[in-house]
Design a binder for this molecule. Structure first.
Ligand code: BJW
Ligand code: ZN
Length: 279
């Protein structure tokens, strides 16, 4: 049997629509109430949360020099093996644009959320560092980091990648193999510790917030549904609900995360003092 192509989305199974269509204000009020009474909130973010900081989403068409490639073609071990310089330079260009970007109100709202609830787990699929720069701590990174490189041969050698957008990847200082971005490509396993932490949080939380993700890439895409099957309310914040799963325990909030998240958190915790100050 031919193995399925891991870069191609699986066909979605249609699920029933949510019961009553709600206005955005009503949906915000319901979501705010759920957050206010939650003991443990689990948040999963995707590329959409950084879009308002000027970082293109993963499945958006690329511009400029990179317009001829699709990210799905570049984010693979096979692409790195056949065109290491091209893949390295793409990551260097993305790293440079992240360095000049700033966290937006959505990142800042999540840092505030962690100070308002008893327990908040923040899981990200993003490889930028905007959550940390917004003040979030203990971010669970499922797909690695743009700001680090590792040895493509798997040894412990490390270099700090620069934003130099020409030339080949540097050699590993320990074994001489090429260094590669410290990210998780299609077909590669997620780091075990962070994935287990994410799964445990999804099982334990009472509210799951899914923000700015197309929810196409497994295993991250399963986390909200793991939560829903364990009884959590799942709040989905996305610019567009097209292609997002629907169901009785799913509360859609359609619109830009940078607008909706600050409103949601303000409405949920109006008058409640921070449980602890940011360090
Ligand atoms: C806004 C907004 C605004 C815009 N406000 N919203 C079937 C068969 C075989 C394999 C598979 C299979 N099903 C699944 C797989 C495996 C595969 C997979 O899921 N493929 C799918 C595409 C089908 N998964 C894997 O291969 C994973 N590994 C794995 O399964 O390992 C198994 C294994 C075990 C043991 C040994 C060996 C293997 C690995 C997945 C790694 C994903 N890596 C990437 C690249 C990271 C590095 C990089 O960035 O370059 O991660 S792919 C890419 O997708 C990136 C992202 O983190 C991830 C998710 O994308 P995201 O964040 O959802 O972005 P977009 O662009 O898709 O969506 C943006 C959203 O924002 C949209 O919804 C917009 O509407 C919204 N938005 N502006 C709010 N202002
Ligand atoms: Zn090495």
């Amino acid at each position: 049997m031919v193995p399925p192509d891991p870069t191609l989305p699986r066909r979605r199974v249609a699920s029933p629509p949510t019961t009553d269509p709600q206005t955005r204000a009503e949906a915000l009020a319901v979501a705010a109430k759920a957050l206010r009474s939650a003991e443990h909130v689990c948040v999963l973010t995707g590329a959409g949360i950084s879009a308002e900081s000027g970082i293109p989403t993963f499945r958006e068409a690329q511009t400029g020099l990179w317009a001829q490639y699709s990210p799905q073609e570049l984010a693979t071990a096979a692409a790195f093996a056949s065109h290491p310089a091209r893949v390295w330079q793409w990551y260097a260009a993305r790293r440079a644009s992240v360095r000049v970007a700033q966290p937006n109100p959505a990142h800042l709202a999540l840092a505030t959320l962690a100070q308002r609830v008893s327990h908040c787990s923040l899981i990200t699929q993003n490889v930028d560092d905007l959550h940390e720069r917004a003040g979030s701590r203990d971010v669970i990174r499922l797909h690695g980091s743009l700001m680090h490189a590792r040895c493509s041969n798997g040894c412990a050698g490390s270099v700090l990648p620069t934003d130099e957008q020409h030339g080949d990847p540097p050699p590993c200082p320990t074994c001489g193999a090429l260094m590669r971005p410290d990210v998780v490509w299609f077909g590669e396993p997620l780091p075990m510790g962070p994935f287990e932490a994410a799964r445990n949080a999804a099982v334990a939380c009472d509210v799951f917030l899914s923000i700015g993700t197309s929810n196409l890439v497994e295993p991250a895409a399963s986390l909200p549904w793991i939560s829903a099957t364990h009884g959590a309310t799942v709040i989905v914040v996305n610019q567009s609900m097209e292609g997002q799963r629907k169901g009785p325990s799913i509360l859609p909030l359609e619109g830009p995360a940078g607008v909706l998240l600050p409103r949601l958190i303000a409405e949920a915790f109006a008058g409640r003092r921070p449980r602890r100050q940011a360090e």
